[in-house]
Design a protein around this ligand. Structure first.
Ligand code: UDP
Ligand code: MG
Length: 310
């Protein structure tokens, strides 16, 4: 079957958002010319979302549920969405309606102009805590500075991808993933569309600080060696400083100064460098752990129920 538009929505305990999501997506998509499907990836929900997704699928064939065997995380759910979509254009959005379906026609318009990646840029964020906004803003800027790919600022996963791009992304099976970085990495013609991020329709965020932190680490390690190189920089600086210190200390001793006598100076220097070394080890460990995960070659996700891929 040929499908023009696929909408991918990862869902983790979003029971009270699903009806409204479906209603608004249907409204928007029935105005668009072309066939469409709504691929809902149930990322191991435990609140009854699964039943609601099945009910939607019974009621409308355009809803295609992919139900995971457990919670695998937002990024993996998006990946499963890519695997199961058939559309010429694939749109990824959140289930909580923070990414308004009404923006989809704007994304489609840019796609029709010939852009292959149309990402949605957040110009306003309503109803989110200052902490979330501040950490998110810091996160986007940090990633922009230290990674090798230029991931657009203030851009989440809400975007439209052309089939060509999705086919490339499907071949990238890395385990610790950062989909918006991957979408930036592949190239093609890309453009941003601005939108105001809405308030969550119902429920609470599924991204506590811990998960945001993991995502940040995935983004950095997935696209940059910078943390590994940091140890080298600190090492060179420390070595240079100590070489400079040697003649200073000799001269001070010869001229009768009694500086650097106490143990405290030594202790602080040793502890400082010990700390730096342990941190560097930790950074190494982070990268090695990722190599280990990749080497196991396990499947990215396990589905309990899923439609045919064609
Ligand atoms: N989500 C998911 N698996 C998870 C966590 C979140 O599929 O382990 C989904 C969630 O249901 C939502 C989207 O990812 O559709 C974004 O999550 P959320 O709205 O909680 O994040 P926030 O907007 O607060 O950053
Ligand atoms: Mg949200």
């Amino acid at each position: 079957m040929t499908v023009t538009y696929s909408i991918v929505v990862p869902v983790y305990n979003e029971m009270d958002n699903l009806e409204e999501l479906y209603r608004r997506v249907r409204e928007v998509m029935s105005a668009a010319r072309g066939t469409w499907e709504l691929v809902i990836v149930d990322d191991g929900s435990t609140d009854g979302s699964t039943e609601r997704i099945r009910a939607l699928a019974r009621q409308d064939q355009q809803v295609r549920p992919v139900i995971f065997a457990r919670n695998f995380g937002h990024q993996i759910a998006i990946t499963a969405g890519w695997d199961y979509t058939r559309g010429e254009a694939v749109i990824i959005m959140d289930a909580d309606l923070q990414d308004p379906p009404e923006v989809i026609p704007e994304l489609i318009a840019k796609w029709k102009e010939g852009y292959e990646v149309v990402y949605a840029v957040r110009v306003g964020r309503e109803g989110e805590s200052w902490f979330k906004k501040a950490t998110a803003s810091l996160f986007y800027r940090l990633i922009y500075r230290i990674t090798d790919v230029k991931i657009p600022l203030d851009t989440g996963d809400f975007r439209l991808l052309d089939r060509k791009v999705v086919e490339v992304l499907k071949t990238m099976r890395e385990r610790h993933r950062f989909p918006r970085g991957m979408a930036a990495w592949v190239g093609f013609r890309q453009v941003g569309v601005e939108y105001a991020r809405a308030v969550r329709f119902s429920g609470v965020t599924k991204y506590p600080f811990k998960k945001m932190f993991r995502l940040a680490i995935n983004a950095i390690t997935g696209f940059s060696y910078f943390p590994l190189q940091l140890a080298t920089y600190v090492g060179f600086t420390a070595a240079a400083l100590s070489i400079l210190a040697i003649p200073v200390v000799i001269v001070m001793r010869l001229t009768g100064h009694s500086a650097f006598l106490g143990q405290a100076t030594t202790l602080i220097a040793v502890l400082f460098l010990g700390g730096v070394q342990l941190i560097s080890l930790g950074v190494l460990g982070e990268y090695i752990g990722r190599i280990y995960d990749e080497s196991k070659g396990r499947p990215l996700y396990i589905v309990r129920e899923a439609p045919d891929k064609s």
